[in-house]
Design a protein around this ligand. Sequence first.
Ligand code: PRP
Length: 186
Amino acid sequence: MATPLRHAPLQMQPPVLIDRDAIARRVAELGAEIDRDYAGQSVLLAGVLKGAAIFLSDLARAITIECTFDFVAVSSYGKGTRSSGAVKMLKDLDHPIEDRNIILVEDILDTGLTLSFLKRTLMQHHPRSLRVAALLDKPERRMASVKAEYVGFTIPNHFVIGYGMDYAERFRNLPDICVFPPEAAD
Ligand code: PRP
């Protein structure tokens, strides 16, 4: 069992950074872009647990070309420890990816260490193509040189929760993307 969950309610509504309508509009645009880029082909959406689960489920429904999905999980050390670059695969994809069009789906591209590890690892299995869809991009924090071909929103260096993203596993179910702690938005 990881960190015990704390169930105290939030004292106030955290400030909304990107509301649900803006998210829905942007996800629809990304889906349309993917439809155009892969017209006549199929894609495998590879979601990175757990933060990307909600984005992947909406993005998949915004795509009309043939599309399947799968998930990976990587070790989640504290961000401090993660900056050592040590990322480990906890759950691999269920199916082979050789000669498939893969889109790695992330909620947030931060230091880039997770995605650079995943891209390197998946490339060893010879996909036909490998691209990244990240709902949020925080370029200020980048340590590894990695880019997402599909970016929902570029944001400043705030800690964000909601729409899949957590603080100590809480708040993933908030429909809007909010800044946490609330004072950080001032
Ligand atoms: C978050 C996010 C990415 C990673 C990005 O995951 O979902 O996977 O951090 O950070 P990086 O660019 O600095 O590597 P987290 O470890 O918080 O786990 P979670 O998805 O289960 O919330």
